[in-house]
Ligand binder design. Structure first.
Ligand code: UFG
Length: 326
């Protein structure tokens, strides 16, 4: 079985579905602090916390775990600046508890949800995996700290790992089973769609004076379904001994500005809404775009679902279908 920490969360739930399609048997491990019980959908699930080693020990004792996909963690940049202790506790200490549980039980294979936030403000884009890592917030730093721990567990204990550095995860399951539902929501695409749905009076454009073509931030939006397939391909390659332990960027290799996202949302939803130009949000780099050659070379993976239109259409379909909290 494959233990999926955070398997009831946004990216975890999509990946559990992809694992099942590929013939794996996932076991969701989640404390449901931000994960959704409605996302379990019949998959075996264990309620537990990665920060509690007894919970981890029980899960490893009760189920025959062959490998782990580790999604559980905190992921709000702003919150991480105000409460760094939460980020080192969950993302680093919780991660270490997981590594220790794996070591005790002889489980060797691990795929970790890392982030482009580990690079900080890039010196050049596209950003390759060898780019310097200088995170500018505790969220990115806690992810980097865990990456480093994995490398040393690899050296000392033979851990086999992939650290998948996501760029901007977005979109929803094509069949409308899962989607993005954070509380509070801080991400651009769900906020734009809330404005399109009339649930929010406006969307804010956070900064219009960036050194980018239209003055707004550029991001590499990657469809969550593409992220899910990268995990499955990574797991197969890792367990099949076809790939070395390493970090791999997951993105598309091209970026969209905030204004482009807003325009696409207006076109696809057919709804007009107000976009207010405001000041920059502290800590936002002007442009984050992935160099994607390694993912292609090492995993044979490229993004196929990730056009902006497809991302927004799928997110809109899911939101309309579930009428989730909007
Ligand atoms: N933005 C707006 N208005 C909003 C919200 C966001 O203009 O209301 C802009 C931001 O300034 C940014 C872009 O839209 O330029 C995307 O912002 P998101 O908050 O959606 O995502 P981030 O780029 O901040 O994502 C970052 C890292 C990810 C990390 C994530 C964690 O790039 O690697 O934070 O939440 F996972």
């Amino acid at each position: 079985m494959i233990l999926v920490t955070g398997g009831a969360g946004y990216i975890g739930s999509h990946t559990v579905k992809a694992l099942k399609k590929a013939g794996f048997q996932p076991l969701i491990f989640d404390n449901f602090s931000t994960g959704h019980r409605a996302f379990i959908k019949g998959t075996p699930a264990f309620e537990g916390d990665i920060c509690n080693s007894d919970d981890l020990a029980r899960a490893f004792a009760e189920y025959p775990i062959d490998g782990v996909l580790h999604f559980a963690g905190r992921a709000l940049v702003g919150e991480s600046i105000e409460k760094p202790e939460l980020y080192y506790e969950t993302n680093l200490h919780g991660g270490l508890s997981l590594l220790n549980a794996m070591k005790t039980c002889g489980v060797k294979f691990l795929i970790f949800s890392s982030s482009c936030a580990t690079y900080g403000t890039p010196q050049q884009v596209p950003i390759s995996e060898d780019h310097a890592q200088n995170p500018i917030n505790p969220y990115g730093d806690s992810k980097l700290a865990f990456e480093r721990a994995m490398r040393w567990f690899h050296e000392a204990h033979g851990l086999r790992y992939l650290s998948l550095r996501y760029f901007n995860a977005a979109g929803a399951d094509a069949e409308g089973e899962f989607g993005e539902d954070h509380d509070p929501e801080t991400h651009l695409i769900p906020l734009v769609l809330k404005a399109a749905a009339g649930r929010h009076p406006e969307v804010k454009i956070l900064g219009t004076d960036y050194p980018t073509p239209d003055g707004t931030c550029v991001r590499d939006y990657i469809h969550v379904t593409d992220l899910a397939s990268a995990h499955v391909m990574g797991l197969e390659a890792l367990m099949g001994g076809r790939v070395e332990s390493q970090a791999i960027n997951l993105g598309t290799g091209s970026g969209c500005s905030v204004r482009e996202v807003i325009e696409a949302a207006r076109r696809i939803t057919g709804k007009d809404f107000f976009a207010r130009e405001t000041a920059r949000r502290p800590g936002d780099p002007p442009a984050l775009i992935a160099a994607v050659d390694r993912a292609k070379k090492v995993l044979g993976w490229t993004a196929v679902e990730s056009g902006l239109d497809n991302i927004i259409r799928s997110a809109w379909n899911w939101a309309s279908k579930t009428n989730q909290a909007w």
